[in-house]
Design a protein around this ligand. Structure first.
Ligand code: SAH
Ligand code: SF4
Length: 466
């Protein structure tokens, strides 16, 4: 795919900077950015923060202090959308008290026409409404909103181009998100993502490699490649690099770092990809491979294009070539028409695979998707029971898996600190809690594992690296 020329936004950025200098000559303006949803949204927000920093903004965690408030929204489930309406609605009083504050809502939710319309009609205090495809135009949109004083809305667009060279201000100092592709072509019947994120488009490998090299040079220890379906990276592009090829190229970058990636679709995960991972040195032996359902009729109704047996055979192959590989997954409980017997196939698949952990979701109807018009006779209470059964089963499996680490020493990346404890992540994605000093966050350590509960292990640091 050819990469679109970046839209020159510097003139607008200068106008925004000038606006705030005139209004607040003694201080830098402050932005509050709140992100809902997946890592792609987190990455988009990091790019919008990069643009805001270029416009002279500092950042605050307190909306009350902010001159610019941005909500980057998620449309995947109703619950996430409801939280956005609640959070944005609560800002009405702030806008009355401080009319100068500019409130913006962007991302997947406002890519849905009915939601964009609701913000236009019922949330006039929101100054700026724009979707996922125009985040690179933030300076232009802000300049327009600030100077017109009217609500600026960008109509939802179906397809986006790739804009390289949008600045980025990363939240992390040792873990980085690196988008390799955008959009989704799969149209799983329950899912709104293809409608709000548009068709698949892949970044050129040289841009990805250049960004990865920069991250390694800056000292990032873990790089997570992002895409809705990373296995279809490069499809339709003329550079001839597929996902396995991209992993091989990235693996050759010199330096001490780990590569992770998400998300993979089982229909495009191949034995050759697992062979590649087995041969790479820097690719983590953790694979997030959502199976959604363990029943073939439900999988077909979901338009997933694989069977239970195909999924299980992939897991078997992967374990044969990468014995310490760890699988995590996403599951939907209560897809319309799913019967108790069909749900039991999900339970048996979970037992058979032995996942490290699971993200479990109750089916949430999304307007405009095919599944939303299917009959759905199972009650909400019943679905909650099923979900509880599934999570209880997974807790037992996680506990069993984690107990196998007790008494061993493992290499782990120290990610967070709270109350005198550190949390460190093993390559296979489980977490161990150890006593230690907050200054160790971002370093790798060898950790002795002493005990294991369902989700977390405890232990102590034996040695710190780097
Ligand atoms: N592209 C990724 C992730 C998509 S959204 C993938 O295909 O795996 C993340 C997860 O949300 C999905 O894997 C699915 O389990 C869940 N999800 C998506 N739409 C949903 C819906 N309508 N109701 C409940 N869960 C949903
Ligand atoms: Fe949604 Fe399916 Fe695309 Fe994932 S692969 S984003 S679940 S349509």
């Amino acid at each position: 795919m050819t990469t679109a020329q970046p839209v020159p936004q510097s003139t607008y950025a200068a106008r925004v900077r000038q606006y705030y200098q005139q209004h607040y000559p003694d201080r830098a303006p402050l932005a509050f950015v709140r992100t809902f949803g997946c890592q792609q949204n987190v990455s988009d927000s990091e790019h919008m923060k990069g643009l805001l920093a270029e416009m002279g903004f500092g950042f605050t965690e307190t909306p009350d202090e902010a001159d610019f408030i941005l909500f980057n929204t998620c449309a995947v489930r109703e619950h996430a959308a409801d939280r956005v309406f609640g959070n944005v609605g609560a800002l009405k009083h702030l806008k009355t008290r401080r009319p100068d504050v500019l409130i913006a809502v962007c991302g997947c939710m406002v890519q849905q026409e009915h939601v964009a319309e609701k913000f236009r009609q019922s949330y006039p205090f929101v100054g700026l409404v724009f979707g996922t495809h125009v985040i690179h135009r933030l300076p232009e949109l802000m300049a327009e909103a600030l100077h017109s004083g009217r609500q600026v809305t960008v109509a939802p667009q179906q397809d986006g181009e790739i804009h390289e060279d949008v600045p980025v201000r990363r939240d992390g100092t040792f873990k980085a998100w690196l988008p390799i592709m955008y959009g989704c072509n799969n149209f799983c019947t329950y899912c709104v993502v293809p409608y709000v994120r548009g068709r698949e488009r892949s970044r050129d490998p040289e841009h990805i490699l250049a960004e990865a090299r920069r991250l390694v040079a800056e000292g990032y220890k873990e790089i997570t490649l992002l895409g809705q379906n990373v296995n279809s990276y490069g499809r339709g592009a003329d550079h001839g690099v597929d996902f396995a090829g991209l992993l091989r190229l990235l693996d050759q970058i010199d330096g001490d770092f780990t590569l992770r990636f998400m998300t993979s679709h089982p229909k495009d995960a191949t034995p050759a990809l697992f062979d590649t991972i087995a041969a790479c040195k820097k690719v983590s032996h953790h694979f997030h491979l959502p199976f959604q359902s363990g029943n073939d009729r439900v999988l077909a109704a979901m338009n997933r294009h694989y069977t239970r047996e195909k999924y299980l055979s992939l897991v078997r192959y992967a374990r044969a070539v990468i014995p310490d590989i760890s699988f995590t997954s996403d599951v939907i409980v209560g897809f319309p028409g799913e019967t108790r017997e069909e749900f039991e196939d999900t339970l048996s698949l979970v037992r058979e695979v032995g996942f490290t952990s699971l993200f479990t979701f109750i089916y949430s109807p999304r307007r405009g998707t095919p599944a939303a018009s299917l009959p759905d006779p199972i009650s909400a209470e019943e679905k909650v029971h099923w979900l509880q059964e599934l999570t209880a089963l997974q807790e037992q499996i996680s506990a069993r898996r984690l107990s196998a680490f007790v008494g061993t020493a493992q290499r782990a990346l120290i990610e967070t600190a709270a109350d005198g404890y550190l949390e460190a992540r093993l390559p296979e994605n489980s977490v161990v809690r150890v006593p230690g000093d907050a200054t160790l966050v971002g370093r790798r350590a060898v950790v002795q594992i002493d005990d294991a509960r369902s989700w977390i292990m405890t232990g102590q640091i034996l040695s710190v690296e780097d």
